[in-house]
Design a protein around this ligand. Sequence first.
Ligand code: GLU
Length: 470
Amino acid sequence: MIRTRFAPSPTGVLHLGSVRTALYCWLYARHHNGQFVLRIEDTDKERSTRENVDAILEGMTWLGLDWDEGPSYQSDREDRYREVIDQWLAEGKAYHCYCTKAELDELREKQMAAGGHVRYDGRCRDRTEPRPGVDPVVRFRNPVDGEVVVEDLVRGQVVFQNEQLDDLVIARPDGSPTYNFSVIVDDYDMKISHVIRGDDHLNNTPRQMNMLRALGVEPPVYAHLPMILGPDGSKLSKRHGAVDIREYQEQGYLPEAMLNYLVRLGWSHGDQEIFSRDEMIELFDVKDVNQSASSFNPEKLLWLNQQHILATSAPELGRQLQPFLARAGLDPADGPDPEHVATGFHERAETLLHMAASARYCYEDFDVIDEKSAKKHLRPVILEPFRVARNRLAELEHWGQTAIHEVIESAAADFDINLGKLGQPIRVAVTGGPVSPPIDVTLWLVGQERTLRRMDHAIGLIEARASASS
Ligand code: GLU
């Protein structure tokens, strides 16, 4: 059974890099009909917050990265960690270390002065007597020689020498377990088969493997993912723009586009760029992840967002558009169904935020018509065909796209002008600007009553202009 886990520390926002890790873990589990576990690594009590946990859960839910188990919290499992510590102490797999900070500092300085490797020298390994007045830490008795071989699915074979690894502290003086130790107890208890995580953890891996072996199990398979870089080649961070997944949600990116963009940061399948969720599940394999870091490219993300806007069904897009309309202060009760707006606007919108802003005139009157457009298109020559079109639109009993189209076409034909010559002035009158979906779709969305009112207003403007120039 393939079991992966996403194990974020809730010490900050849900970063794009973490989302990519979560995605790869999720895809790998889904591809193999395995299970995906969510584990919150909140051992750092000072920096872990409930708000950050909520942001993780909300982000994962928004993205549709559903988990089969969890969320479990390391802070709930301290008794279990202590149980293993006690067991290891009893078995001699761990020992109390009474060294003071001053002693350890002195050791480090000596080692540095000698130009050697800085590491704990194991001086308490065989100590049996407590040291009065000192609360000891607990250290893991790491093997002193031999090597640890990581057969990493991304990095290939990576070999570490045990003599380079010192005896890791697994419990602090107050008894609380440390990070690397909690991770291995969890990976063991949760029967994780594949650990997929950022390559900043590669150096922890040999220590974790040794500890898992001390528990009597073979470690899981590891895959360490390369970093995501900003355009300047340094690790992607706030300096490069938004890295918090929530910001992308608020800017109107679709979850499908985010996943598609992130899956390609470090993985490819031929030269295919656009992947549906199901295709990702079918095609993704962690073995195909690149070894080298990849760079974040906001333009490509925007492009993918447009592609996914085009590929999303109208009901779904309408559903996702709703909160953006609400945030723009627009109420669907005052205009068209958001689903219809989605269909009308999807070819032009880069984001849902942009779509909601573009559709404002469907729900709300505008104050003034764009001056340049009015000057160019609301001219006396168009007055008569414009008026005829307005009157025929007023007579329509069924406000439908085909009927609207026929009216404008017939009015244009009666005056022997092409459709666009009449359509553009109507567009300017009804939307206040020169850009909108096809004119029949636009008027249909705006509705009959608003269309006629705005056309009447434009007729007034054209008449005033005609009398001013005569
Ligand atoms: N909690 C760690 C982090 O957020 C992940 C540790 C792991 O995946 O083993 O970086």
